[in-house]
Design a protein around this ligand. Structure first.
Ligand code: AHG
Ligand code: MN
Ligand code: MN
Length: 314
């Protein structure tokens, strides 16, 4: 029987109504809904916007696309005008932006406005990733997040969120409303897909052995190069693992702790999965800087545990 609330089927439960049933602060409901609204303008930018370079670079020294800068501006403006945000950190900004000084009742947000932006010009799926904390401190462990979400701009536009009480998926309808399509997403203990990031010829011996183990047991390789669709596949199918390991020459891998790993680790853990850097739980890592990167193994708990065994020479 589909989800129902007072006789409504799940397809009629919109995001705001669902959030109100989560027993969270009104300001957090408002904030998540504002981000959902901003994503509608990002969608328009992705679908019609300029695919060229912006002539600037981000805090990682990576060349920014016009879409990165435009998406970042859309979301930042919306956060500032929401009235409930203290500090803002973005993968596309060099430093923290203070929206309001007085932290009482406010939240701080770290986000990647358009993950995978370089895939837009080959028409692959991309996404927005958001991490939310109470107060003003954005350099705290990811376990302190009070909410995380992503919006996936694919053949359909979906929004996935958790406030620590299950993971829930909404799909945008023809009126551009987000309505509930999956509730309390649960990952299986183990699965049969794997999403290997980076360059295989730069994998450590342990990671190389892990990939051979996965191939031997018949796991299927699923990798688009977009973190959001690749994670969404593992999460929604509930089976398998995504990894972007340490590479020879890049001991911290590529993905960013604040903007990509913490929010996805929060979501996957709330769906019964796990996420580590190969040694430690991602959500226990203390960020030392905004631009911190970390290796990641994320997905079904048993698959992640097996990866750790191989990575640590087990
Ligand atoms: P971003 O576009 O925000 O820089 O992120 C791109 C990331 C992520 O989407 C993906 O998992 C990873 O880059 C892919 O990296 P490789 O191309 O090295 O596999
Ligand atoms: Mn990214
Ligand atoms: Mn990005």
């Amino acid at each position: 029987m589909p989800y129902s609330e007072a006789g409504k089927t799940k397809f009629q439960i919109d995001l705001r109504r669902h959030l109100r049933n989560q027993n969270i602060e009104d300001n957090l409901v408002h904030l998540i809904c504002e981000i959902a609204e901003a994503s509608k303008y990002v969608i328009n930018a992705v679908r019609t916007g300029d695919l060229g370079v912006a002539g600037t670079s981000n805090l990682y020294g990576e060349e920014q696309l016009a879409l990165d800068v435009l998406s970042d501006r859309i979301i930042r403006k919306r956060l500032i005008h929401s009235g409930v945000v203290c500090n803002i950190a973005s993968e596309e900004m060099d430093e923290i932006f203070q929206a309001q000084a007085n932290a009482a009742g406010l939240y701080s947000v770290a986000y990647d406005p358009l993950d995978g932006s370089s895939l837009v010009d080959v028409n692959l799926a991309v996404g927005t990733i958001v991490s939310i904390y109470v107060g003003c401190d954005l350099l705290q462990e990811g376990r302190n997040q009070v909410a995380a979400m992503y919006i996936l701009y694919g053949p359909r536009v979906s929004l996935v969120y958790s406030v620590g009480n299950g993971v829930h998926e909404f799909t945008m309808n023809h009126l551009m409303e987000f309505t509930l399509t999956r509730e309390n997403v649960q990952m299986k203990p183990a699965g049969d897909i794997y999403s290997p990031g980076g360059l295989r010829n730069k994998y450590s011996e342990g990671v190389e052995k892990y990939v051979r183990y996965l191939e031997a047991k018949g796991s299927k390789l699923r990798y688009s190069g977009g973190f959001v669709p690749d994670i969404n596949q593992v999460l929604m199918k509930g089976k398998g693992l995504f990894m972007y390991p340490a590479l020879n020459g890049s001991p911290n891998g590529k993905l960013r702790l604040l903007f990509e790993l913490n929010p996805m680790a929060y979501l996957v853990e709330n769906a019964g999965g796990s996420a580590t850097n190969g040694k430690q739980r991602i959500l226990d890592l203390k960020p030392e800087s905004l631009d911190q990167r970390a290796p990641i193994f994320i997905g079904c708990a048993e698959d992640v545990a097996k990866a750790m065994e191989y990575v640590n020479g087990g």
